[in-house]
Ligand binder design. Sequence first.
Ligand SMILES: NC(=O)c1ccc[n+]([C@@H]2O[C@H](COP(=O)([O-])OP(=O)(O)OC[C@H]3O[C@@H](n4cnc5c(N)ncnc54)[C@H](O)[C@@H]3O)[C@@H](O)[C@H]2O)c1
Length: 328
Amino acid sequence: MRVLVTGGAGYIGSITSGVLAETGRQVTVLDSFEKGHRDAVEGLQVVEGDVRDRSFLAEVFEGADFDAVVHFAAYIEVGESVEQPLRYFRNNLVGGLNVLEAAIRAGVRKFIFSSTAAVYGTPLEVPISEEAPTAPINPYGRSKRDFEEILESCRRSYGLSYASLRYFNAAGARPDGGLGEDHRPESHLIPKVLKAAVDGREVAIYGTDYPTPDGTCVRDYVHVMDLAQAHVLALESMDEGGGRGEVLNLGNGEGFSVREVIRKAGEVTGLDIPVRKAPRRPGDASILVASAEKAKRVLGWQPELADLGTIIETAWRWHSSHPKGYEH
Ligand SMILES: NC(=O)c1ccc[n+]([C@@H]2O[C@H](COP(=O)([O-])OP(=O)(O)OC[C@H]3O[C@@H](n4cnc5c(N)ncnc54)[C@H](O)[C@@H]3O)[C@@H](O)[C@H]2O)c1
């Protein structure tokens, strides 16, 4: 099976590309390297270019005979999406549309899309099931929700099989310590806490008066290797039949507060992690926890690295061995 992975040099994309290659798929990574890392795709076939460039995409698909596309390429910063919505719609929505159009033109009918818990906005109930209304509260979430709807239209009209995988908080690193998280800027809690541990800096806790047991936000952390495995299973499920569309949450169904994560990181690293209280950030829901029952049922997905300690341990192995992240 030949798979095109857009955004395959990024955090989740590189780890998933490695797992796809290890399971015998022929992987081609497409990345602009604006945010991705060359060291993260060593040994894989790579094409460098931008999904906003339609003629580049036409060339990539020409004669390549891909069986499936896994589309990770996107901008991912919620706050930035509020400041620069057009940039986000251009990259995440129009860029995604370009990839989808090129794929459909080339006869590719299997498409996996990196969606997000941000499509739910402020959920009315937790754990959140896929039946919950989508009501994104920022352009990032809207760009993802809108692309999901485009996929559904293409299923109806072109017989596209797709899976929209709504990740909750991706975290952790390859357990061998070889690939991990290196976003610039880094806005995700676990890498921020571990970097602060290394540098002896304070970690800001944004909001300590949420209606949660300790007043800090609660999130569902899902190991990046378990996410990668879900992509393998989603591709396998598509091998069996055409024209199916699935929207699936990927999370562990358990929430941890910011303070709990910091405490656990202190235990794992053996370091003292100083904190400071900071005001709430606009748009942060108090609790986001997935129900991933559907992914378990539909894909047979079973997260194996669900324990928060294990997630932080693997992340720590990566951060302590790569204090500066990937070299550039
Ligand atoms: N990290 C999370 O917790 C999380 C949660 C939910 C959803 N997601 C989604 O998963 C996907 C991957 O996230 P990540 O954390 O690995 O992000 P990342 O920034 O590490 O990876 C994104 C990759 O896409 C590439 N890219 C961006 N725009 C591009 C373009 N126009 N053309 C070509 N390449 C382009 C970047 O260079 C980068 O390598 C994104 O779509 C994101 O929205 C991530």
